[in-house]
Write a protein that binds this ligand. Structure first.
Ligand code: SIN
Length: 483
């Protein structure tokens, strides 16, 4: 089905395609059809040791390449990803389930990080600082932190890799990457293209495993790993932070969200509906930045709900490779069970079902695009990441109330609001305790902007010029005796 260089069935360590030392494998399943789309090594801690040793060895030479050399190799990797755009998108849809048009978008989005950090590689400037002593000079230089452990979720099997690996490589670090067990195939395909681009052996290493806990724990406590970059749930993030504390590893954490999406009474309602659909139903609702709570001001609730209901009900559910599909399957049976639990509990506590509310008849892992009205903060659905195609509408009266309720969560990743009044726009944008604020816009992700969360949504920023900082140390040098 796929071009052979992108269709890898072994892991990648020290520039070689390798099996697990145990010889074990596990299947990769298409969530739309329950068919096997691949079989990859089920690696363990001995394989982690091998990968970290390879990354550690490669670091000695990679850190001494010039920024220009690293930039050229990253640029070549970017070009190869774009040259294989369609094949990568097909592979992504097969293992992750998202509609093909979204997979195409993600490949381009993922590639954009490689292009961006190829450029940023050349801009990791140090400083010359005016010295307090006449016979001394003070300089800073930036140096790569070392071996990076990158732990990647299943919801964006290309972009979450490149958002970490591209800045790490640009900075001069080497990487051991653990993709999610649901979606290892895109990671292996990216490694294959990196090898073709000429990125040297050991600079990128990929460990595939079905035992994320054992492998993740070993990787994140390994003495030769200097930095952990994790995207995933806040619960797992806290666990990794505790493990990292023992050896004081550097950490970047992109964790869960509970995004408010506020529609004020002066909003352009058609634009708000378009933005809410884009934010909520991207990847069948399985993103950390999906609108999780839609707050609508009382005066426009009826008008908003009518338009939004029609837009939600028009979304087409089906396998991602079927033309015209908007909503693919959820990733696995646990994800469907979780969505069912949240919806059933909300309905039992008084939420009103406007559309959807059940599994789709398409196949086991499909859930209908759903809209619930009159949701409140006593319901679990208001307090947990939904990670499914469910919109929840809350009603509010005042601007102050909207900000207070939007902020009433331990999370602080993305937020959105629609309004026209310029004073309100500034007050609300500044009042929201979130790392990202979409103003009259439902899609906020791109490579040039700093992506990341406040509060329990994370530590650090990815993308933008800030994205490379996480992989660099600042060294200060005082040169004395110059008088
Ligand atoms: C995520 O869900 O963690 C990432 C979403 C994005 O990059 O837009």
């Amino acid at each position: 089905m796929f071009e052979s260089s992108l269709n890898q069935d072994r892991a990648y360590i020290a520039g070689e395609w390798v099996s697990a030392q145990s010889g074990q494998t596990f299947d990769v399943i298409n969530p739309a059809t329950a068919e096997r789309v691949g079989r990859v090594p089920d690696m363990g801690v001995a394989d982690v040791d091998r990968a970290v040793a390879a990354a550690h060895e490669a670091f000695n030479s990679w850190k001494n390449t010039t920024a220009k050399e690293r930039a050229s190799l990253l640029r070549r990797w970017y070009e190869l990803i774009m040259a294989h755009h369609e094949r990568l998108a097909e592979l992504m849809t097969a293992e992750q389930g998202k509609p093909l048009h979204e997979a195409r978008g993600e490949v381009a989005y993922g590639a954009s990080f490689v292009e961006w950090f190829a450029e940023e590689a050349k801009r990791t400037y140090g400083e010359q600082i005016p010295s307090p002593k006449a016979d001394a000079r003070i300089l800073t230089i930036r140096q790569p932190v070392g071996v990076v452990a990158a732990i990647i979720p299943w919801n964006f099997p290309v972009a979450m890799i490149t958002r970490k690996v591209a800045p790490a490589l640009a900075a001069g670090c080497t990487v051991v990457l653990k993709p999610a067990s649901d979606t290892p195939l895109c990671a292996l395909a990216l490694a294959s293209l990196a090898a073709e681009a000429g990125i040297p052996s050991g600079v990128i290493n990929i460990i595939t495993t079905a035992d994320s806990k054992a492998v993740g724990d070993h990787l994140t406590t390994h003495p030769q790993v200097s930095k952990i970059s994790f995207t995933g749930s806040t619960g797992v993030g806290k666990h990794i932070l505790k493990l990292a504390a023992d050896s004081v590893k550097k950490v970047s954490m992109e964790l869960g969200g509970n995004a408010p999406f506020i529609v004020f009474d002066d909003a352009d309602l058609d634009a708000a509906v378009t933005g809410a659909i884009a934010s909520k139903y991207r990847n069948a609702g399985q993103t950390c930045v999906c609108a999780n709570r839609i707050f609508v001001q009382r005066g426009v609730v009826a008008a908003f709900l009518e338009r939004y209901r029609d837009a939600v009900a028009a979304l087409r559910v089906g396998p991602g490779d079927e033309s015209g599909v908007d909503i693919g399957p959820l990733i696995n049976a646990d994800a469907v069970a979780n969505v069912e639990r949240l919806v059933q509990e909300a309905l039992a506590l008084g939420a009103e079902l406007v559309t959807g509310g059940a599994r789709s008849e398409r196949a086991a892992l499909f859930y209908q695009p759903t809209l619930l009205h009159n949701v409140n903060e006593q319901m679990s659905i208001a307090n947990e990441e939904i990670f499914g195609p469910i919109s929840t509408v809350f009603v509010f009266d005042t601007e102050e109330e909207a900000i207070r309720r939007a902020n009433d969560t331990p999370f602080g990743l993305a937020s959105y609001f629609y309004a026209r009044d310029i004073g309100r726009i500034w007050r609300v944008a500044e009042g929201l305790e979130y790392g990202i604020v979409g103003i009259n816009e439902g899609l906020i992700s791109n490579e040039v902007a700093p992506f990341g969360g406040m509060k329990q949504s994370g530590i650090g920023r990815e993308g933008a010029r800030q994205g490379i900082e996480a992989y660099l140390e600042t060294k200060y040098m005082l040169m004395g005796g110059l008088g």
